[in-house]
Ligand binder design. Structure first.
Ligand code: SF4
Ligand code: SF4
Length: 500
């Protein structure tokens, strides 16, 4: 017998305003609202409400209010409602609790404890509106020095690189985890903004090959959709070892989301669960990883940078050093707050470390070992705005990836129900009725607008710091100060306390 659990939200409908248009009943993919013919009334099964706010926004008369349900249990700091309800659910099912998006616990967000500097008096700031400001970033191995011939042409052989007009890329989000319209929006926005989107582990839809100059393709442990044409189409190839939302485990796309189209792109049978193994079954050492890196270089004729993505974990600096020495041109580190379409809740909320600490440790280690130029560093997992981007670059990143922020630009309200496949905003779903809710023309424009806004803000921040190129900000921790941090935290971050 199913135990009754109180709803998380209270759905209030102002009956005087409601015109019985049934927009809410059509819009809610969680079947909260229904029309009662006999009473000519709209009813709400509020225990099903996930707080996605689709009905609130689409109700033409603003009749609906969704409120968080106040505490229904006796207050107890240890036994919070979430933990009680998790136990009740598991006592009924005996299963793993799944969730979507990133860790929502109150772990310290170090971006909020770092502040940026600004020029005053002696080192004048630069007016970003009137002076040229350079956001262009190149990802990939850099030569230690560049030699020129007598005509000032570059003599040094350069390694393949990816050029970004803005140091912000879209995170890996696979077809199946997100809808085709989302991927199309990301691909178009990346092309318009001069940056990259990333296929994730689900292959590349045939109609998206035309955006390949702005596409990074992924090779994950399941090898879904990987073939020679796929590898050679991309601007860069990424080996996915781990991701921040679920370090140490593989991916799981439930069979319900493996539609005919998704199955073709992934090269797996329709309706079967797409389970990528926890490890790559051909990688058990840095030497094995090196073999795969060079196999991919060989397969792409040494024409593209090879990236390796890992989750931020305890020994991340040593791991990153090994990856660089194995031949990777880009290292992507995804932190504790990195999001996903579906993850076991216990892994998402308890495994991994914050990206800020991982980034600082990796950048410092690669510099100490004199190998920082051999690879670029890209970080992700909780980047929320241009301020976070500037701080990440000052801590040592070459660029950042954004996933949740990009989905919010498309309409996501972070309701964390991606794993259900019922996303009311048509983002994390393969349901053909729901996927039409994303218009790729509008989606691409919103994403491009977001990147344009962040670019303006980055230029303003850099101008205030008195630097005119993102290259001058990279790894320049003197531009950062810490507040409310312990000495150990300041030491790991490599920044001074504010006031010093
Ligand atoms: S969308 Fe608003 S006005 Fe329409 S039926 Fe629902 S509550 Fe009533
Ligand atoms: S993508 Fe959809 S289901 Fe996932 S958090 Fe956002 S609104 Fe909710």
């Amino acid at each position: 017998m199913k135990t009754y659990l109180p709803g998380k939200f209270i759905v209030e409908r102002d009956d005087k305003r409601c015109i019985r248009c049934k927009v809410c009943t059509n819009q809610c993919s969680f079947e909260v609202h229904s029309y009662d013919n006999e009473e000519d009334a709209i009813k709400s099964a509020e225990e099903k409400c996930v707080g996605c706010h689709r009905c609130v926004i689409f109700c033409p008369t603003r009749a609906i209010t969704i409120r968080q349900n106040p505490l229904d249990y006796r207050q107890n700091y240890n036994w919070r409602p979430e933990y009680i309800e998790d136990i009740i659910k598991q006592a009924e099912t005996g299963g793993i609790l799944l969730t979507g998006m990133g860790d929502d616990k109150s772990q310290r967000i170090y971006w909020d404890h770092l502040v940026l500097n600004a020029s005053q008096v002696t080192n004048p700031s630069i007016d970003a509106l009137r002076e040229p400001m350079e956001l262009t970033t190149y990802l990939g191995r850099k030569p230690d020095r560049v030699e020129l011939d007598k005509n000032l042409n570059v003599k040094t052989e350069l390694y393949p690189q990816v050029k970004l007009d803005v140091p912000v890329m879209f995170s890996a989000m696979s077809y199946g985890a997100v809808s085709y319209h989302v991927q199309l929006s990301l691909a178009r926005a990346a092309t318009e903004s001069g940056t990259m989107w990333n296929t994730g582990e689900g292959g590349l839809h045939p109609t998206l090959y035309k955006y390949s100059k702005n596409t990074i393709v992924q090779v994950a442990s399941g090898r879904f959709g990987v073939h020679s044409k796929y590898l050679n189409a991309a601007a860069a190839v990424e080996i996915k070892i781990g991701q921040g939302a679920k370090p140490g485990i593989g991916g799981h796309l439930p069979g319900e989301k493996v539609s005919a189209d998704v199955s073709q792109v992934r090269m797996i049978p329709q309706g079967t669960d797409a389970l990528s193994p926890h490890p790559h079954h051909d990688i058990y050492s840095i030497e094995d990883l090196s073999q795969l890196i060079y196999a991919l270089k060989e397969a792409t004729n040494y024409s593209k940078p090879i990236s390796v993505k890992i989750a931020a974990v305890h020994n991340v600096a040593a791991i990153a050093s090994g990856i660089v020495r194995a031949g990777a041109d880009i290292v992507v580190i995804d932190g504790l707050r990195g999001a996903t379409g579906a993850a076991p809740k216990v892994i998402r909320d308890n495994v991994g470390i914050p990206i800020e600490l991982a980034l600082a440790a990796v950048d410092a280690r690669l510099r100490q070992e004199g190998i920082r130029n051999l690879a670029s560093l890209v970080v992700s997992g909780g980047i929320r705005n241009a301020g976070d981007v500037a701080k990440a670059i000052a801590l040592g990143a070459d660029a950042v990836n954004i996933g949740t922020a990009a989905l919010i630009a498309l309409g996501c309200t972070v309701c964390q129900q991606c794993h259900t496949g019922k996303c009311a905003w048509g983002i994390c779903t393969s349901n053909l009725f729901l996927t039409k809710r994303i218009n790729p023309d509008i989606g691409a424009q919103k994403l491009a607008n977001l990147l344009r806004g962040w670019s303006h803000e980055l230029k303003d921040i850099m101008g205030g710091l008195g630097v005119n190129a993102v290259e001058s900000l990279r790894g320049n921790r003197l531009h950062l100060r810490g507040i409310n941090l312990t000495d150990t935290e300041l030491e790991i971050l490599g920044v001074k306390m504010a006031g010093s």
